[in-house]
Design a protein around this ligand. Structure first.
Ligand SMILES: [Zn+2]
Length: 827
């Protein structure tokens, strides 16, 4: 929750991290996909930080929805196409390329070969791959820049589309830096999966070790090497107990080819990552490979079992069991859940494999011989390992993965002067100082560029989701720097895009953006604008704004309307005409329905002040609310002339008071206040904006907000925001909450109904419109009522979301809550 510190400059605590770029590399998942994947792994290894890239296959332009979610959670700086040259294509698919003479006749034989040879390095354009790349980029938030259009609008463009090290369009700097080259004699750094180990298992090993030589194309389906070699590679490539990549037994021959790509870096993980389960992916498709590779990069504990016999069926089975057994033991050891998944096998088939592992575990142990030729005998623990859980890729949670960062330069504290406005927007008042990696291993990269993550725990607003970059910076030079909203706060590309004069120092050429962490309101406005809408507070929203200012902050407002004070506030509103009906115990007075006035004794009963301590607590709250102007203390005096009741505040009281209605002068006397006999009772009035809220929906939206706030560590929100197209309101968000980074669009109602049949469809479409614009994770239907939301309402919303968001992976969940304010029940 923002602190409503208003715009007073203070020092803002920040954490900065330097890291190599993160990229998603899109490769061809059909045809001879093994060759494309192997080539992409090799290319990644040549890029600094490339071991941390994830590889995602496309099938004629489309992408498995779970992999789109993986890409979005991974949060790439760049989404890149892996490119295939004519030479590579010819090697993978000999004779496939059609070469024509000028007269249109097709070339054949040696003539064709010679013609092709001249353009072997030329990259083959692939519109389907580009479409898949765009699809993934739209689900992510890569670096973008805006180009003004003739009609005054702006068009977003991305900085980089292709996995390539030779593109120098950007003034000598390029986002991808070449990985350092191994120094002479250091052969231990120049190893990877040996070229003679190919096939699916070879690719599985390459995920862990990389490829230091260009793979032979085509990359063979199966490896011709012996079982002993294959086994040795697999055992190392899919390590469980021995996770280290340092091998001593066979000298210098083995080390990770990724080592060069990881120069000067270290992998760090958020604490949540340590609770991620082991993922075992079974299946031989490119999608299966990508699930395992992506999980490996994010969490480091994945196994890919392509089910392809390296030599013979029996050996494959043995490997499968052995790996499964490793996985089970690992689970037990680390107390993690194991999950078995597949993009190609159904859950029944997976369950059969899982059952087989548990059943045959003894046999596996006794029949397994480890690398050194010794029989594995560690059967000492008698406890049965837990059976792995079977899950479809759609159920996997890809968030909170590890990140490759520059060694010794991550999570470094920095304090800069900043202002925080009343909605929680943080604006830094100075430029980001130049921050450069200092690790000596990076000295050999001539034009190294990097990414700078800047974050603060005070920034609780939305991240990623294609946030328009212009709201992340202010200051005159904003167009010169690339800043994007990332899972690590704001991520900046290290090089300035502005004019860099020849002879500039490295520091001068570095990006120095003036950063801004947007409030939920600013963010929602920008997301709406990107979808052709504008936003403003609805009349209800303006009312909540008045109340927020009255209460001095949204947190206090929420607490008041959802805590023990709620029954007190609710009692200011009544449907009863007569005071004796509304307040038989004389707790309040009804002057004109629905407006009631309460005494302190009445409030104490409603508050549940059963003892002195609680009464004292309430007394403090009531006095505080009087000071804020939420409550007003006064007397209720009856005019002696026209007999109407007047509420007169303590500020206006005199010995003789004029009647509000007839103006008659009424001396203060017992007849004017009635009971009690001795002295008049103080009554309390509620601010009109609060009375309006009571009349509207009694603050269901605030109840929902408070409920969500309690569920998360970091919370921020905005309520009652109207979306307009032109001047026409088209939809309204009751509540837009950010709970631990998840965006929840709340529809709050006292009665759980979207309306009549035609109203229902229209309302569902409106909700879908907003959910699409803000890329909501959840659509939450909340009510104070005990009755359930109707299935027809939920079906209407499901339909509307399906129509608005074609990509299944991007559709928000629909959830319901009933009995808000008493004992909430989630549906
Ligand atoms: Zn009067």
């Amino acid at each position: 929750m923002h602190s409503d510190r208003y715009a007073t400059p203070s020092f803002q605590g920040l954490r900065t991290t330097l890291r190599p770029p993160r990229a998603v590399v899109v490769f061809k998942g059909d045809g001879d996909w093994l060759s494309h994947a192997a080539q992409a792994i090799y290319e990644c290894g040549r890029v600094w930080g490339g071991s941390g890239f994830i590889l995602i296959p496309h099938h004629n332009g489309s992408v498995l929805p779970a992999l789109v979610r993986l890409a979005a959670a991974f949060d790439p700086d760049y989404v890149l196409n892996a490119q295939t040259t004519i030479g590579q294509h010819e090697a993978i698919y000999p004779g496939d390329l059609r070469v024509n003479r000028d007269n249109g006749e097709m070339m054949v034989g040696e003539q064709r070969t010679n013609a092709l040879r001249h353009s072997f390095e030329t990259r083959i354009p692939d519109p389907a791959a580009r479409a898949a790349r765009d699809l993934i980029a739209n689900a992510c938030t890569p670096h973008r820049y805006m180009i003004p259009q003739p009609d005054g609008s702006e068009e977003a463009h991305e900085q980089l589309h292709v996995l390539s090290l030779s593109d120098d369009r950007f003034g000598g700097h390029q986002p991808l830096s070449r990985a350092p080259v191994a120094m002479g004699g250091e052969t231990r750094l120049a190893a990877g999966v040996p070229g003679d180990i190919q096939g699916l298992w070879g690719l599985a090993a390459a995920v862990h070790f990389g490829l230091c030589e260009p793979p032979a194309l085509p990359f063979a389906d199966a490896s011709p090497v012996s079982f002993e070699v294959a086994k040795s590679v697999m055992r190392r490539a899919l390590p469980s107990r021995r996770r280290s990549v340092t091998f001593s037994s066979e000298g210098a021959a083995w080390n990770s080819a990724w080592a060069m790509s990881e120069s000067g870096t270290v992998r760090v993980q958020p604490w949540q990552a340590s609770r991620k389960h082991n993922l075992v992916v079974v299946g031989r498709s490119a999608d299966d490979f990508a699930l395992a590779q992506g999980w490996h990069v994010q969490f480091g504990n994945s196994y890919w079992i392509p089910e392809q016999p390296p030599i013979a069926k029996k050996v494959a089975d043995q490997l499968l069991w052995g790996l499964g057994q490793d996985m089970l033991s690992e689970t037990e050891y680390r107390d993690r859940k194991a999950v078995l998944t597949s993009a190609t096998l159904d859950e029944k088939q997976l369950q059969a494999i899982a059952d087989g592992w548990v059943e045959k575990r003894v046999r596996v142990f006794t029949s397994w011989v480890d690398d050194d030729g010794e029989t594995v005998t560690d059967q000492e623990d008698e406890k049965d390992p837990p059976a792995p859980r079977v899950m479809s890729p759609d159920g996997l949670d890809f968030t909170e993965g590890g990140v490759l960062v520059v060694r010794d330069q991550y999570d470094v504290p920095l304090a800069l002067p900043a202002t925080t406005d009343e909605h929680g927007q943080i604006e830094l008042l100075v430029d980001l100082p130049p921050l450069a990696p200092a690790h000596p291993d990076l000295d050999s990269i001539s034009e190294v560029t990097w990414q700078i993550d800047v974050d603060t725990a005070d920034f609780k607003g939305p991240r990623m989701r294609g946030t328009p970059p212009h709201i992340l910076q202010h200051g005159e030079n904003a167009r010169e720097f690339f800043v994007r909203s990332s899972r690590n706060g704001l991520s900046c590309y290290s090089a300035s895009w502005g004019l860099i004069l020849a002879g500039s120092t490295r520091t001068q050429a570095m990006a120095k953006p003036r950063l801004q962490f947007p409030s939920v309101i600013t963010w929602t406005g920008a997301m709406a604008a990107a979808n052709g809408f504008s936003t403003r507070f609805s009349p209800a929203g303006q009312r909540v704004e008045i109340l927020r200012r009255l209460w001095g902050g949204r947190l206090d407002l929420m607490r008041a309307w959802s805590g023990p004070l709620r029954p007190v506030l609710l009692a200011f509103h009544t449907n009863k005409k007569r005071t004796s009906d509304a307040f038989p115990a004389h707790d309040g007075v009804v002057l004109q329905t629905p407006d009631a006035y309460l005494s302190f004794a009445g409030m104490a009963r409603l508050y549940g002040a059963v003892d002195q301590a609680i009464a004292v607590e309430l007394r403090g709250q009531v006095d505080h609310l009087c000071a804020l102007g939420v409550l007003r203390r006064g007397l209720i005096l009856r005019c002696g002339s026209c007999l109407v009741f007047n509420f007169i505040t303590v500020d206006d009281l005199r010995s003789t008071n004029a009647c509000h209605r007839c103006g008659a002068a009424n001396p203060m006397s017992h007849e004017r206040w009635g009971i009690p006999l001795d002295e008049p009772t103080w009554w309390y009035d509620l601010h009109p904006a609060a009375r309006e809220l009571l009349a509207a929906d009694a603050g269901v939206g605030l109840l929902a907000a408070d409920y969500l706030r309690r569920k998360g560590r970091a919370y921020d929100d905005v309520s009652e925001l109207e979306f307009l197209r032109g001047n026409d309101p088209v939809a309204e968000a009751d509540l837009l909450a950010v709970v631990d980074g998840r965006i929840i669009l709340g529809e709050a109602k006292a009665t759980p109904k979207l309306g009549t049949r035609s109203e229902r469809a229209a309302k569902a479409r409106k909700l879908a419109t907003i959910a699409t614009a803000v890329r909501a994770d959840e659509l939450l239907l909340c009510t104070t009522s005990a009755s359930e939301w109707s299935t027809a309402d939920i079906a209407a919303i499901t339909d509307a979301l399906g129509g608005a968001i074609p990509n299944v992976a991007m559709r928000p969940l629909i959830r319901t809550i009933t009995r808000l304010g008493s004992t909430p029940v989630e549906g």
